[in-house]
Design a protein. Sequence first.
Length: 307
Amino acid sequence: MSLSSKHILDLQSMPREDIELILRTAEGQREILDRNVKKVPILRGKSVCTFFVENSTRTKCSFEIAAKMLSADVTGISRTGSSLNKGESFKDTLLTLEAMGVDLFIIRHSASGSPYYASKIVKSHIVNAGDGMHAHHTQGLLDLMSVRERMGTIEGLTVLIVGDIYHSRVARSDIWGFSKMGAKVRICAPETLIPAELGRFPCEIYTDLKQALKGADVVNMLRVQTERMHSGFFSGTREYNCYYGLSEKLLREYAPDAVVMHPAPINRGIEIDSEVADGERSIIVRQVTNGVAVRMAILYLLLGMPE
Ligand code: CP
């Protein structure tokens, strides 16, 4: 089986069959991470470029590690240290790298839609690694994989996403991903952090965290993205933590059996207490490991299948 598209841009447009195929492939490839020699020759001779003009630790490193484990050659470009900083355009930079033989670009950009634009410019494969506030579907896929691993299924679960929904591409991808896989999705945030567009998304909206937690099987806490906040969305981090932070006490009282997630990086003590983030119901570290497996699966399905 192969994917229905040569680009991977978002979960909203991805058929459920493609999501299933990526998850099954990632579940099969995860064991490579446990081997003594973490390398297989599947993508030997293929050239992959991580094109990151926004900061990243997890997504960039896990794509690079995934590509290297599959024996692809990896080149990285960022704004600092490249001719983007001299004013060269996004388009000319893509065309330049494609002329050097890049088969697949992994793009993170602050502008929503830039990977879609890139897919019209070059013939190479494009994987969206996070575009503005729009989509971060590889995070969505690793979230699906991590929940399925822990709970055995996604179908029928109640998944609660809490926090800075307004600025979160993870929330937008998770809402589509979990609902396509048969979960009921709730979001909970202060009204100022609920975007108007959310009415078009398959989710229930809450502003009271205690109410939202009741009956939740999975609680996904989002980072407060202060770097994207150019006006006051709430009066202070202490007040935010008081109403929307996840403490052990709150979890024990309102969702005692729930699994806890966070895409990271984490603002400890703001959206989640360390006791919860590092506690036994947290799968945050496992999300990171599964991120490598999901990205291996995507690279394999796009570049490693017989033509
Ligand atoms: N979760 C996530 O996308 O982390 P990075 O920004 O570090 O890649």
